[in-house]
Design a protein around this ligand. Structure first.
Ligand SMILES: [Zn+2]
Length: 103
């Protein structure tokens, strides 16, 4: 389980690095009104930023799941402490919350 999570973490870090280098100055561009005007450059930037955010969120979860392995709380919800559930953990081994408290 730990190896699987560490693989996932490494994979996400690689993707995050790839995204930041290919987009250069993420966050350095003002999107503002231009998106509504159909500026494809800005729209493309936005989707890259969104992808970066999603990857960052998942990365944070994987890091948290690894910490839970360390402190022995892996498999229980960070909010209520109830078991996360085998099916959920199988689908997303880095889940740190039960289905009720997810998101
Ligand atoms: Zn919960």
């Amino acid at each position: 389980m730990r190896a699987e999570l560490e693989d996932k973490r490494a994979e996400l870090e690689e993707q995050l690095t790839g995204l930041s280098t290919s987009t250069g100055d993420i966050g350095g561009i003002s999107f503002g009104k231009r998106v509504g005007e159909g500026t494809s450059f800005a729209v493309e930037r936005l989707s890259q930023v969104a992808a970066h955010d999603r990857l960052g969120d998942t990365h944070a979860e994987v890091v948290r799941a690894l910490a839970k392995l360390d402190d022995g709380t892996y498999g229980s919800c960070d909010v209520c402490g109830e078991p996360i559930g085998a099916a959920r953990l199988e689908a997303r081994p880095w889940s740190t919350r039960c289905i009720r408290h997810a998101g």
